[in-house]
Ligand binder design. Structure first.
Ligand SMILES: [Zn+2]
Ligand SMILES: [Zn+2]
Length: 180
């Protein structure tokens, strides 16, 4: 039996995105008729990124449970609570901001397994390790950030990482854009 990927993104092997009992005809004819939930959360992460106070980069994060039903935590990068809304230093690599993923993970309940993370940029090595440690099973990211070492960490730890930009421009504004 062919697998139908509901959002047409084959890299997205999350159980909610796979329909395993489809016929080939169903797979061929399938067109999503509304915004995939994965894209909704990605856009939430993009909105959160707009609140970043880091001068070097704006990143937003949403962490949900495994069924994408509950938002467990949100984050964006910036300095510590109570500190000036600015980087500690303009020197690259020493801005001192807490990364978006870290800000979300410290608030997400540790006992929840198979968390799903939506982040606007691919993670650094340390954030990738923290995601592994925090039981993130799937990561969706919009753009690749500098090195892919973080993604390599996730791969080693068998966390599924999906670059998610297939629907970035769809269902925006008042006009209902055509799909496909
Ligand atoms: Zn910064
Ligand atoms: Zn990071």
């Amino acid at each position: 039996m062919p697998i139908l990927y509901r959002d047409l993104v084959r890299a997205n092997i999350h159980p909610l995105n796979r329909f395993n009992d489809a016929t080939q005809a169903e797979v061929d004819a399938w067109v999503p008729d509304r915004l995939p939930l994965f894209e909704v959360y990605m856009r939430m992460a993009e909105e959160l990124a707009k609140r970043s106070t880091c001068r070097r980069l704006s990143v937003g994060t949403v962490i949900t449970d495994g069924l994408l039903e509950n938002v467990l935590a949100i984050g964006y990068n910036g300095n510590v609570r109570g500190f000036p809304n600015d980087c500690d230093s303009p020197t690259p690599g020493q801005c001192g901001c807490i990364h978006s993923e870290m800000n979300a993970l410290v608030k997400a309940p540790g006992q929840v397994r198979d968390k799903v993370a939506f982040v606007t940029a691919s993670p650094c090595v340390m954030c990738a390790k923290l995601m592994v440690q925090a039981n993130v099973g799937y990561l969706f990211y919009r753009t690749s950030y500098r090195s892919d070492e973080g993604l390599q960490v996730l791969q080693e730890a068998r966390v599924v990482a999906v670059r998610y930009d297939r629907w970035a421009d769809a269902w925006r504004g008042e006009a209902r854009e055509s799909l496909g």
